[in-house]
Write a protein that binds this ligand. Structure first.
Ligand code: PMP
Length: 306
């Protein structure tokens, strides 16, 4: 999906015009992949733009940095405020937010010590990641031969830039074989997640998602869906899911900040359930959109008004 530029990007405490927000080609993270980022959304509500679970995203950013021994260059409270300032400065309402912490210019070689730690925050309007039609009709997914990174290789709970080489290869594999999205198994052959989404299945009116120990990222949308489902008195389990169980499920869907709640209608030629958005998927999806758009009095504490 191509970018829709806004006016300013926050870089190390200053607003830089979008087109000037550049880095040197010898930026350390660009070469070795150690940097951390977040993906957050802001939704327009009747009370003004609200960032969804901003504090939880910023806590995860801090944890991502800790896991790869990076020091944040600014206190997390300052970065959190900078997210809101960047939205205000650009006058956007519905947008995607990308904070990035990276090792900058001034040092080459693997040891990043001595390289500056830089921070940037960009915001831009971004439609549904897997397409408007995908939200309604569901997407076609494939189990990719690429496996989700093993925790002994890289920390899967850190949104480390380099981890996403694994996700990109999975995504490219799916696209090459004309699917919309990939599903990654872990090294034990259990379902882990999508390249940038968590996965849920529905079995006998119960929703099931792989545990974080599968290597899946502890997604904030995943956590929101679990809470919403429990409040709707839908049973939720975190259980390991085999390939066979996935293909036999009644419904399946992806969750993520970018993908929101996207039904999966087919996996590798097998229709999931009736081959369209399932009943529980639809209920959870509608509730999720009500919550993020501030259309319900519940879950107000998940909204951070800009
Ligand atoms: N898994 C991966 C690998 C991701 O990059 C993301 C997006 N952050 C997710 C799952 C979904 O997480 P969230 O709901 O917090 O966006």
């Amino acid at each position: 999906m191509s970018l829709s530029p806004t006016d300013y990007i926050w870089m190390n405490g200053e607003f830089v015009p979008w087109g000037d927000a550049k880095v040197h080609v010898l930026t350390h993270t660009l070469h070795y992949g150690l940097g951390v980022f977040e993906g957050i959304r802001c939704y327009e509500t009747k009370d003004g733009p609200a960032v969804f679970r901003l504090k939880d995203h910023m806590n995860r950013l801090e944890n991502s940095a800790d896991l790869v021994k990076m020091d944040l260059p600014y206190p997390i409270e300052e970065l959190t405020e900078a997210v809101k300032e960047t939205i205000r400065k650009n006058g956007v309402k519905d947008c995607y937010i990308r904070p990035l912490i990276y090792y900058g210019y001034g040092k080459m070689g693997l040891n990043p010590e001595g390289a500056p730690v830089d921070a940037a925050i960009a915001v831009w309007p971004w439609g549904t990641y897997l397409g408007e039609e995908g939200l309604e009709k569901g997407v076609r997914a494939t189990i990719t031969p690429w496996r989700r990174i093993h925790p002994k290789v890289l920390p899967p709970q850190s949104k480390t830039v380099g981890n996403y080489a694994n996700s990109i290869l999975a995504k490219l594999d799916a696209l090459e074989r004309e699917y919309d999205e990939a599903i990654l198994l872990n090294m034990d052959g259990e379902v882990a997640e999508g390249p940038g989404e968590n996965i849920f299945i529905v079995e006998d009116e119960k929703i099931i998602t792989p545990p974080v120990s599968s290597g899946a990222l502890k997604g904030i949308t995943r956590d929101s869906i679990i809470a919403i489902a429990e409040d709707m008195e839908i049973r939720v389990e975190e259980e390991s899911i085999s390939e066979k169980r996935l293909l036999k499920s009644d419904e399946a869907f992806f969750t993520g900040t970018a993908a929101e709640v996207t039904p999966i209608r087919e996996i590798d030629g097998t229709e999931i359930g009736s081959g369209r958005r399932g009943k529980l998927t639809k209920q959870l999806q509608s509730k999720f959109f009500e919550v993020v758009k501030g259309e319900t009095e519940n879950y107000r504490d998940w909204l951070d008004f800009v």
